[in-house]
Design a protein. Structure first.
Length: 387
C-alpha cells in the first residue's frame, strides 16, 4: 500500500534520466516551483507565460543568470557544485538536509532524482557545459568572504540569539569590506538562511535575524532593550567562527559535570546525555526558570526522590549561572555578578547603577532578590553590594 509519505518522496525524487536536460528537469516541477526559480534568479518578464513557455524560457536563461545565486556561495556550496560539474553532472551518494536539496532546486542548479531505482542528484547538462567553460571564475573571489560571514553569523547567533540586521552587519563586516551595501548583505543573508537552518530571518517588519533555537526572539529583543547600559559580551573572531561550526556545543566544566553524573548513574548513552545537557543550556539561553530546566532533565532521566532532585539541582544551578544568556547580550549571570562585584570594590562599596542579571543561589536554588543579603558575605543587601 502506497502511503502519503511514499507519494511525497516519489514527487521529491522523481524518475529522471541521466544525462539530464533542463527541459526534463523543469518539466517535473509545478508552475509555482518554476516561478520560485525565476524569482530567486531575478529573471523578469516571464510572468505571463504558461508552464510550458516558462520551462522553455528558463532552460535558456538559467545558466546566464546563475551568478545571482553563486555570488552568495560559501565554500560548502561552491565545492559541492564544482564536484558535481567535475563528475559530469551527477552525485550518486547525496547527503544533504532537506532544505538544502530544496535550495539548489529552487535556483535551477541541482535536482534530486531517481535514476535506475537509485536516489541521485543531477545537474542539467546545459549548466554543466556552462560551468565547465569557466563562466563563473570571477565569483570565486566572494567565496572566502561569504564563508567567513556564514560562520560568524552562526557564531553570533549562538551567543546572542537574536540581532537586528544593522547589528549583524556591523559585527560581520570589516574594513576590507568597505562600505558594505545593505542590499548586498541582505542578498547574502537571504541565501544563507535558505541553505542553513540555523539562521532565521524575521518575515515581519521587525528586521532581525535569530538562531533557530530562540523560542521568542521578540521577547529577547524587548528584554535586551531594557539593558541599554549593558554592552554585548565581546568575542574574538576565532571564537565566533568556532561557534559557527555545524552542531557546535560549548562543553563547559559545568556542562560536563552534569553529563558525567547522568552517565554514571543512569542507563543512558553519551549521545542522549549530551542532548539532555544541550537542551538544558538552550532553555537557559532563552531565559527559562530553574523549575523549567529541571523539567527538561526529567524527560531524559527519572528523579524519584528528594535526594536525587537535590543532586541534579546542584548540577543544573551552576550550569545555568555559567551559561551565556541571550537576554543579557551573551553574558552569563556569574560573569555579570563578578563584574559588578569588581566595580563595587573599586568604588569602595559605593552603590552603582548596573544591569541586573538573574543569579541563582546554589543553596536555596532561588533567584536572589535585590533586598536579600548578598552572597559575598558582606552583610549588605544584594542591591547595595554585588547586585
Amino acid at each position: 500500500m502506497t502511503t502519503k509519505l511514499d507519494k511525497a518522496m516519489e514527487k521529491f525524487w522523481p524518475q529522471l534520466t541521466y544525462p539530464l536536460t533542463y527541459a526534463d528537469a523543469l518539466g517535473t516541477l509545478s508552475k509555482q516551483q518554476l516561478t520560485s526559480i525565476r524569482t530567486n534568479l531575478q529573471i523578469s518578464n516571464l510572468s505571463s507565460l504558461n508552464k510550458q513557455g516558462l520551462v522553455e524560457k528558463l532552460s535558456e536563461l538559467i545558466p546566464e543568470n546563475i551568478n545571482i545565486a553563486t555570488r552568495c556561495f560559501d565554500h560548502n556550496r561552491w565545492k559541492l557544485v564544482q564536484k558535481i560539474v567535475k563528475n559530469d553532472g551527477i552525485w550518486d551518494k547525496p547527503l544533504l538536509e532537506l532544505q538544502q536539496y530544496e535550495y539548489f532546486r529552487e535556483r535551477g542548479i541541482l535536482f534530486p532524482s531517481t535514476v535506475d531505482g537509485k536516489q541521485v542528484v543531477l545537474m542539467p547538462s546545459e549548466l554543466v557545459a556552462f560551468l565547465k567553460e569557466g563562466n563563473l571564475i570571477e565569483e570565486q573571489s566572494n567565496v572566502n568572504r561569504n564563508t567567513e560571514w556564514v560562520r560568524m553569523t552562526q557564531g553570533l547567533l549562538y551567543y546572542y540569539g537574536v540581532l537586528s540586521l544593522n547589528e549583524l552587519r556591523e559585527f560581520v563586516s570589516t574594513e576590507a569590506d568597505g562600505q558594505l551595501a545593505v542590499s548586498d548583505f541582505m542578498s547574502f543573508l537571504i541565501e544563507a538562511s535558505a541553505y542553513y537552518d540555523q539562521i532565521v530571518i524575521d518575515n515581519g517588519d521587525n528586521n532581525f535575524v535569530y538562531d533557530y533555537r530562540a523560542a521568542d526572539p521578540q521577547a529577547i529583543m524587548k528584554e535586551r532593550a531594557l539593558r541599554h547600559d549593558l554592552d554585548f559580551c565581546p568575542f574574538t573572531k576565532q571564537q565566533l567562527v568556532k561557534a559557527g561550526e555545524p552542531d557546535y556545543v560549548e562543553r563547559s566544566s559545568q556542562y560536563m559535570n552534569l553529563v558525567r553524573y547522568v552517565l554514571d548513574r543512569y542507563e543512558i548513552d553519551r549521545e542522549e546525555a549530551d542532548l539532555m545537557a544541550e537542551e538544558c543550556v538552550d532553555a537557559t539561553k532563552n531565559g527559562a526558570s530553574l523549575a523549567s530546566v529541571i523539567e527538561i532533565a526529567k524527560r531524559f532521566i527519572d528523579i524519584p526522590n528528594m535526594q536525587t532532585l537535590t543532586a541534579i539541582t546542584n548540577l543544573i544551578v551552576p550550569l545555568m549561572n555559567s551559561t551565556k544568556q541571550w537576554a543579557i547580550k551573551g553574558h552569563s549571570p556569574e560573569e555579570l555578578a563578578a563584574k559588578r562585584a569588581s566595580v563595587s570594590m573599586l568604588l569602595n562599596g559605593a552603590p552603582t547603577k548596573t544591569v541586573q542579571a538573574d543569579v541563582i543561589d546554589i543553596q536555596s536554588k532561588k533567584k536572589i532578590g535585590r533586598n536579600d543579603p548578598c552572597l559575598c558575605g558582606s552583610g549588605k543587601k544584594h542591591k547595595k553590594c554585588c547586585g
